[in-house]
Ligand binder design. Structure first.
Ligand SMILES: Cc1ncc(COP(=O)(O)O)c(C=O)c1O
Length: 463
C-alpha cells in the first residue's frame, strides 16, 4: 500500500476524500452487520495470531474485520456467515484455475497414504519435467516449495555460475520475500532499500541496481560494467498495478542481457495467466531461467524453475567445484511426491488450452464492462488486460513504469471500492485491483462484477 501524502481532493479521480471516507464508513458498518461469525472468530483469533490472523498481511484487507472463509470451489467462495462470493481474487493467483479443480481433488484422493515427502526422486518427477519442457521449451528443472524460494535460489545460482555479484531489477518489482530485490528507485536515480523491509541488517542496495521498466538505455547503463549476474523481471509488472512492456522492450532486455553476459530470469509466477506457456512462450522469448509458482501445484505449496542445458551445465560445474556442504539452495519439503503428483494433474489436465480460452473470454468481458462503466461516468481511469488478468488503475493513461504506476495508487478509494464489491458479492485481491478470471467463471459472473462496480460508484457518487 502506498503512503503518498494525499490532497483533500483526490485529484485524479476528482472525489473528495471526505466522501470516500463516509462511503467507506457506511460500507464498513454494512459489512460488520452482515458478518457476525467473522467478527466472533476474529475476536477469538486475537489471542493466537498477530493482528488476529494466521498470516499478518491477511489483516491488510479492506474489511473492518477479516472475512473468515468456510470453503471455496471453482469460482465460488463461501464465508463463515454463509455468504456466497464470486471470487476474482483466486488466492492472489494461487487458485488461478479455480479452487479445488476436479483433477487435483482426484489426485489427492488417489494419493491416499503413498508418502508425501520421501526426499527421493520418482518417475512422477520425470512426468512433470516432460510436461514442463513441452510447455515452456526449457529442458532442465528444479523444484521448490514457493516462488519466493525459487527466486532466491535462482539468484544464488546466477551469482555462482557467472561469478558476478550484482543483479538488476525493475522499479516496482515484487518477486516474493526475496531481500535482494526489496529496493526502489530513489528520486536521484540511486537504488535504495525499500523502507518497509523488516529486520534486515544487510543493505540489499549494495549489490542490486534498480532501473525503470521500459527504459532500455537505463538498463544498458546498469549492465555496462559487466558485473551483473542476472536481470530478474516479470515480463509484465503485476505487483504495482499492471505495467505492460512497450513493443520491443522485453526483446530489448533479452538482447542487452546477452550482450553484457548477464542471465535473463523471467519470473512468470503471475504471468502464467498470459497463456499455457506463459508470456515468454506467447512472445517467442527465450529466458535463461524461468520461474513458476503459486497455481502450479493446485494451490498447495509448490514452485519450479527451469533453465537451458547450457545454464544447467554451468550449475553442475559450480556445485561440483564447491566445497561439499550446505549450498544455501533447497528446502526439505521441495519436490515431494504429493506436490509432484498435484503438479502433474495441473499441467496435464487443468492448465489446458481450452481452460485458457475460457479465461480470456471472461477477462475480456470484464475489461470491456469496466471500461464502459468508467466511460459512462466520465472517470479518468484506465483498464489494462493481459490474458486472464485485468486491472483498473486510477489514471487516464496506462502507466509505463513503476514510478508512474505508484503515482496512480489511491489507497482510500481502492479500499472503499473493494469493500463495496465484497458487500455486493464479489471478492477482489486486497493488494491491488486485480481481477483474475478462472475457467469456472461465467459471463453472468463477469456481468455481476460490472454491475456491482457500477452500483458502488453510484453509491460513492462518482460522476
Ligand atoms: C511475480 C511474483 N513472484 C513471486 C512471488 C512469490 O510467491 P510466493 O509468495 O508464493 O512465494 C509473487 C507473490 O506474489 C509474485 O507476485
Amino acid at each position: 500500500m502506498n503512503t503518498l501524502a494525499a490532497p483533500s481532493t483526490d485529484l485524479m479521480s476528482d472525489l473528495p476524500r471526505e466522501r470516500i471516507a463516509r462511503f467507506f464508513a457506511a460500507e464498513s458498518a454494512r459489512f460488520l452487520a452482515n458478518h457476525p461469525q467473522s467478527r466472533a472468530l476474529h475476536a477469538q483469533a486475537a489471542r493466537h495470531f498477530l493482528f488476529g490472523v494466521p498470516m499478518h498481511w491477511m489483516a491488510d484487507a479492506p474489511s473492518p474485520v477479516p472475512l473468515f472463509v468456510d470453503r471455496a470451489v471453482g469460482a465460488r467462495l463461501w464465508d463463515v456467515d454463509g455468504h456466497e462470493l464470486i471470487d476474482f481474487c483466486l488466492g492472489d493467483t494461487g487458485a488461478m484455475f479455480g479452487h479445488s479443480p476436479e483433477p487435483v481433488v482426484r489426485a489427492l484422493a488417489e494419493f491416499g497414504g503413498d508418502g508425501a515427502t520421501p526426499m527421493l526422486p520418482s518417475s512422477v518427477a520425470l512426468d512433470v519435467a516432460a510436461l514442463l519442457e513441452q510447455r515452456f521449451g526449457l529442458p532442465m528443472w528444479q523444484f521448490t516449495a514457493t516462488a519466493s524460494d525459487a527466486n532466491r535460489f535462482v539468484l544464488r545460482w546466477a551469482r555462482a555460475i557467472t561469478r558476478r555479484r550484482h543483479i538488476v531489477v525493475f522499479n516496482g518489482c515484487y518477486h516474493g520475500t526475496v531481500d535482494d530485490v526489496f529496493v526502489d528507485l530513489a528520486a536521484d536515480g540511486s537504488t535504495r532499500t525499500r523502507p518497509s523491509l523488516l529486520g534486515q541488517v544487510h543493505d540489499p542496495a549494495t549489490f542490486t541496481r534498480v532501473v525503470e521498466f521500459n527504459d532500455l538505455p537505463a538498463l544498458e547503463a546498469a549492465l555496462a560494467a559487466g558485473d551483473v549476474a542476472c536481470v530478474m523481471t516479470e515480463p509484465v509488472l503485476t505487483n504495482i498495478g499492471m505495467v505492460l512492456p512497450d513493443p520491443g522492450f522485453i526483446e530489448g532486455v533479452r538482447t542487452l542481457t546477452r550482450r553484457h553476459g548477464a542471465l535473463l530470469v523471467l519470473d512468470e509466477t503471475h504471468t502464467i495467466s498470459c497463456g499455457p506457456g506463459g508470456y515468454a512462450r506467447a512472445c517467442g522469448l527465450q529466458p535463461d531461467i524461468l520461474v513458476l509458482g503459486k497455481p502450479i501445484a493446485g494451490g498447495t505449496p509448490g514452485a519450479a524453475y527451469g533453465f537451458s542445458a547450457e545454464v544447467g551445465a554451468r550449475m553442475q560445474q559450480a556445485k561440483g567445484a564447491a566445497v561439499p556442504g550446505h549450498s544455501g539452495i533447497g528446502t526439505t519439503l521441495s519436490a515431494g511426491l504429493l506436490t509432484l503428483r498435484l503438479m502433474r494433474a495441473m499441467l496435464a489436465e487443468v492448465m489446458t488450452d481450452a481452460a485458457y480460452a475460457r479465461m480470456f473470454v471472461t477477462a475480456q468481458r470484464v475489461a470491456d464492462g469496466l471500461e464502459a462503466v468508467i466511460a459512462k461516468r466520465g472517470l479518468p481511469w484506465c483498464v489494462t488486460r493481459i490474458g486472464a488478468r485485468c486491472e483498473c488503475q486510477f489514471v487516464p493513461q496506462r502507466p509505463r513504469n513503476g514510478s508512474e504506476a505508484r503515482a496512480a495508487f489511491r489507497d482510500a478509494l481502492e479500499a472503499a471500492l473493494q469493500l463495496a464489491l465484497l458487500n455486493r458479492g464479489v471478492l477482489l485481491t486486497p493488494f491491488h485491483n486485480m481481477v483474475l478470471a478462472c475457467p469456472a467463471h461465467t459471463a453472468a459472473d463477469a456481468d455481476h462484477l460490472i454491475a456491482a462496480f457500477d452500483d458502488a460508484l453510484e453509491a460513492l457518487g462518482a460522476a
